[in-house]
Design a protein around this ligand. Structure first.
Ligand code: BGC
Length: 773
């Protein structure tokens, strides 16, 4: 009981019973949003264990010197206190029946309904509807219906704006203006304490009885950081009182607010609230769900003929991938929890390039480009980090927040189980593979889209500047003349201070080789761009360093059993029985038994490491190495990161291990969608949604960009009859359908031929192609 899949064929995820102790899961997984703002689906009424949250992309603030910057939890706009005959509506009191909470991922509407009998025995039916508009990025709309079931009741409503929200105690805002306009609109202004970002929140209420609009003037209550409207209304038996609440959020960080005073922004917030109210809930909902259809469901449809839960898993992933992405603004990127919770505080990791970006590149190139432009715009922070550490070029932050913040990874976290002291987080200092991941993302974007203008403005520079970092990072310590990258954390964060992590070294090599390739291309074909970049980074000298670095960098070689050593120590560490951790319901079990130093001595991995390489540089490794390495590490991987299962699933598909691939996909798709109520309290797992898409399109659909070419080599799970999806390739939209033994590719754009290697055969598709498999 809890999460219920009975309506998933309608695109609806349900919660079928309410547990006031387990609120975090649905607050996160049923959250609403539009990339500008994310709203946790906390209920209108308050509960002790709730975590209300509203996050506006890019509004980072640093609470004080001892804390890292984070996305502040804005003023709450959705709480509504309802009193029936003086008794506060709460499912913790009285009795209730017919409870349902439903997120419709197709329309982006949240619905909740319950019949409640108050402790005094008054019976009412309550229904709650809520959207965050996908069309009007600043608008939240709610509708609440209260029907008196047996006898007339006095209803009291207290609803407004509550600026006392904190990020688990860190108050990021100073108190600001409270306004009451035209005896109707209420407004609350707050400003972040360090980054000085003004927020103007406006709210208005309209009441109806049996659909007849009432001209109620609210009573206004003002307290510290709070402004509220109050309404008292008698509802006759059988009558329905409806309250519609319209709220708007604007901030001085919004691009279109640049140069405007806070007073101007207050006016704009008020105007937008007035417009939203004029439109009304029904219309706002319709226009928003039409936008969902146009922007997501019609644009990148994915159909699975197989178990309904698999189809829903991909819809759910697409839903969240739209919520989390600030596609309106290239100065922002995706956080590890999207905009759905305080977890990880909001910055961007390698999760974007390696796990999420492929979805956007293949389905929505404009958005993908914005994500990569963000990296270009944050180059100043990457330069500062390189300089600070004594290197050259661009050393990207492991965690990246506002453009010039540079590195924002916290220094300490949790408690060491052995010493009782805070655990030092090394990622911000030595998890350096992020730099080549960024370069890889830019390259991948440009190759798949064919967006040469991006490369000319940003891409060549990003790839060369990151190669500069690697050339300066190499340690010339090999007695045989080889260069090494010592003391790093690779993707597998259980292994700290390792030397020659295979992923890091191979990707650094790739980065330098790519820069050399572009050096020649620019020199021969685009002399003006060559000249511009030459002026910035002295390309001839840089080239010599890339060449020397790429020729001498130590690239770990597979053992005679074909296993690629993850680093210089892994294979000689001790093995322990990992069953307990492999079977755990919740991550983190091992860190309660061992500290990091001890984990470092065990052959255990948190997540895919060397395996991610096989996926990014597929053509560089022979099949027997991939298979042996997969088998060696999977046994020792406890998937303590949500980024791990999908990589394993895709590679299992590549190896033809259908059943394994499918069971790993099932697990990956349940990270947030599953019934375990404790999994998502701090927010959804953003990268895992990209991973689910990759399992489907890369794994089962067999799609891959390899050395700049498109390959489709499907491997449908036995449980599926058909898989259909669309992908964009160099401006052409392809509809791919895979059945048991047939594949068809239709070029929906049809303005150019697309070269594809399909199931090992070279084809060219301008219209449609059908092939037996
Ligand atoms: C993982 C990283 C990931 C981060 C944010 C960590 O637990 O180990 O690979 O980037 O979470 O999702």
């Amino acid at each position: 009981m809890g999460i219920d899949y009975s309506k998933i064929t309608e695109g609806i995820l349900r919660e079928d019973c309410f547990d006031p102790e387990q609120l975090g899961k649905c607050e996160s997984i049923m959250s609403l949003g539009n990339g500008y703002l994310g709203l946790r689906s906390a209920t209108e009424e308050h509960y002790l264990n709730e975590t209300r949250g509203i996050f506006v992309a890019g509004t980072f603030n640093k609470f004080d010197e001892n804390e890292v910057t984070e996305l502040p939890n804005g003023a709450d706009l959705t709480a509504v206190d309802i009193f029936i005959e003086g008794e506060r509506f709460s499912l913790s009191d009285g009795k209730y029946e017919d409870y349902t909470r439903e997120l419709n991922v197709r329309t982006g509407e949240l619905y909740r309904s319950v019949a409640w009998t108050s402790p005094k025995g008054r019976k009412v039916k309550l229904s709650f509807f809520r959207i965050v508009s996908l069309k009007r990025l600043h608008v939240i709309a709610q509708r609440i219906e209260i029907t008196a079931l047996d006898e007339a009741v006095e209803v009291r409503i207290r609803s407004g704006i509550d600026g006392t929200m904190t990020n688990t105690g860190s108050q990021h805002f100073s108190d600001g203006d409270k306004r009451f306009y035209e005896k109707h609109f209420i407004q609350f202004v707050q400003t972040t304490t360090q980054s000085d970002i003004g927020f103007a929140n406006t709210t208005a209420h309209i009441l109806y009885v049996d659909n007849e609009k009432l001209q109620e003037e609210p009573e206004v209550f003002i307290e510290r950081r709070k402004i509220f409207a109050g309404f008292d209304k008698r509802v006759e038996a059988g009558q329905t009182l409806a309250i519609e609440k319209y709220s708007t959020v604007y901030t001085s960080r919004d691009k279109e607010m640049e140069g405007k005073s806070l007073a101007d922004i207050q006016e704009i917030s008020l105007g937008a609230c007035r417009d939203a109210e004029k439109a009304g809930y029904a219309m706002l909902k319709d226009e928003s769900s039409a936008k969902w259809k146009e922007e997501v469901w019609d644009k990148a449809p994915i159909q699975i003929k197989g178990p309904a839960i698999d189809q829903f898993a991909i819809l759910f992933a697409q839903y969240h991938m739209r919520l989390m992405v600030p596609k309106h603004d290239n100065r922002m990127n995706i956080g590890a929890k999207g905009l759905s919770g305080e977890g990880y505080k909001g910055p961007t990791f390698w999760d974007t390039e390696i796990f999420l970006l492929p979805y956007y590149i293949f389905t929505d190139q404009e958005t993908a480009r914005k994500l990569e432009e963000y990296r270009y715009l944050s180059l100043p922070g990457a330069h500062a980090k390189a300089k600070h550490n004594g290197y050259k070029g661009a050393m990207f932050p492991w965690e990246s927040a506002w453009l010039d913040d540079g590195e924002v990874t916290p220094e300490f976290m949790d408690v060491d189980i052995v010493t009782g002291k805070p655990i030092k987080v090394w990622s911000g200092i030595i998890e350096q593979h992020i730099t080549s991941d960024v370069a890889y993302g830019a390259w991948q974007y440009a190759v798949i889209t064919g967006d040469e203008e991006f490369m000319e403005r940003y891409g060549y520079e990003l790839i060369m500047d990151t190669a500069n970092f690697w050339a300066s990072r190499l340690e010339k310590t090999g007695t045989d003349g080889t260069y090494h990258i010592n003391d790093v954390v690779g993707p597998d964060e259980f292994r700290e201070h390792v030397n020659d992590n295979a992923f890091t070294n191979y990707m650094a090599h790739w980065n330098m080789v790519k820069a050399m390739e572009y050096f020649h291309l620019l020199k021969e074909e685009k002399p003006e761009i060559f000249a511009r970049l030459d002026e910035k980074m002295n390309l001839e000298a840089a080239y010599r360093e890339w060449k020397d670095g790429s020729e001498r960098i130590y690239l770990p070689k597979p053992t005679k059993e074909h296993v690629l050593p993850q680093d210089d120590r892994y294979l000689s560490c001790r093995d322990i029985d990992l069953t307990k951790y492999k079977e755990q319901e919740h991550v983190g079990g091992i860190t309660r038994d061992f500290n990091m130093e001890q984990i470092n001595q065990i052959q255990v991995s948190k997540q895919a490491d060397a395996l991610v390489l096989f996926f990014l540089l597929e053509n560089e490794f022979p099949a027997e190495v991939k298979k042996a390495t997969w088998e060696y590490y999977e046994k020792r991987t406890i998937h303590d990161s949500s980024l791990s299962l999908s990589t394993h699933s895709v590679l299992a598909s590549d190896m033809g291990e259908k059943e394994l691939a499918y069971s790993l996909f099932q697990k990956a798709s349940m990270i947030d969608l599953g019934t375990f109520m404790g999994s998502s309290n701090a927010g959804i797992h953003a990268a895992s949604f990209g991973g689910v898409w990759q399992c489907v399109v890369y794994g089962f659909g067999g799609v891959r960009m390899l050395d700049g070419k498109l390959r489709i080599n499907p491997s449908l799970p036995n449980e599926w009859e058909e898989l259909a999806f669309t992908i964009l390739w160099k401006g052409q939209k392809l509809a791919v359908k895979v059945a048991k033994d047939l594949i068809s590719v239709q070029n929906l754009t049809g303005t150019a031929e697309v070269e594809i290697e399909i199931c090992g055969e070279q084809k060219s598709v301008q219209e449609e192609l059908k092939m037996m498999m």
